[in-house]
Write a protein that binds this ligand. Structure first.
Ligand code: CUA
Length: 236
């Protein structure tokens, strides 16, 4: 959504539309019922106000069918929205089988990113357009949260365990990358960019940089260099 007043962040991933539609429908339903309920309250207040001091209200009961109707209709709407929400939730949390794995490690106060072939970068994430990407997240110190508003994805990076999220960028461009979990003094500066490139530009970018070793290879090197190998055995 392009406008001078950015109510909405860019919508740039395969699932961001799905999230937005669900969100807008929820807001519209809430607005409709808020207007209906407050409208009726105000209308009834005016229509049935006490006109004389001695006036006493009639002892009215709502008809049974009316009670059932105003319980069943909201229940039905809630069930539909719940099912819809679950569908979008599962889409967001189940990466497709062809997703390529990238790693991002949160550290006070930066994002360290590693590409599948070992390329590293800090506070930047270059990705090819149209490719499903699964981010494996971890933290070196405290809880951080990996957040790309334009892709509608956010996931905590927690010390001592891996978490993950996935996205497929559909529009080349540069988008915000935030830390969305308060993690200390410089939290607000723990920001970066996600740069979505055409496949060929991405290949160029990859070959232009200093390609490192893969995570597994550098782990194996550390394992030997730090003499872990003297007590632990590497699995063949
Ligand atoms: Cu890392 Cu906030």
């Amino acid at each position: 959504m392009k406008s001078t007043f950015p109510l909405f962040p860019d919508s740039a991933s395969a699932l961001s539309e799905h999230v937005d539609i669900l969100y807008v429908i929820w807001v519209l339903i809430s607005l409709f019922f808020t207007a209906l309920i407050f409208g009726l309250i105000i209308f009834f207040m005016a229509r049935y106000r006490r006109r004389h001091f001695e006036e006493v209200g009639a002892d009215e009961r709502a008809a049974l069918w009316l009670e059932i109707l105003w319980s069943a209709v909201p229940l039905l709407i809630m069930l539909v929205m719940c099912g819809w929400g679950m569908r979008v939730f599962f889409e967001l949390y189940r990466p497709p089988a062809d997703a390529v794995e990238y790693t991002a490690i949160g550290k006070q106060w930066m994002w360290k990113v590693q590409h599948p072939d070992g390329q590293r970068e800090i506070n930047a994430l270059h990705v090819p357009v149209g490719q499903s990407i699964r981010m494996r997240l971890a933290s070196e110190d405290v809880i951080h949260s990996f957040y790309i508003p334009a892709f509608r994805v956010k996931q905590d990076a927690v010390p001592g365990r891996y978490t993950s999220l996935w996205f497929r960028a559909e529009k080349p461009g540069t988008y915000h990358l935030f830390c969305a979990e308060y993690c200390g003094t410089e939290h607000s500066r723990m920001i970066g960019s996600v740069i979505v490139m055409e496949q060929r530009d991405y290949e160029n970018w990859l070959s232009g940089g200093t390609a490192g070793k893969s995570m597994v290879a550098s782990g194996a090197d550390l394992f030997t260099a730090r003499a872990c190998v003297t007590c632990h055995r590497a699995t063949p």
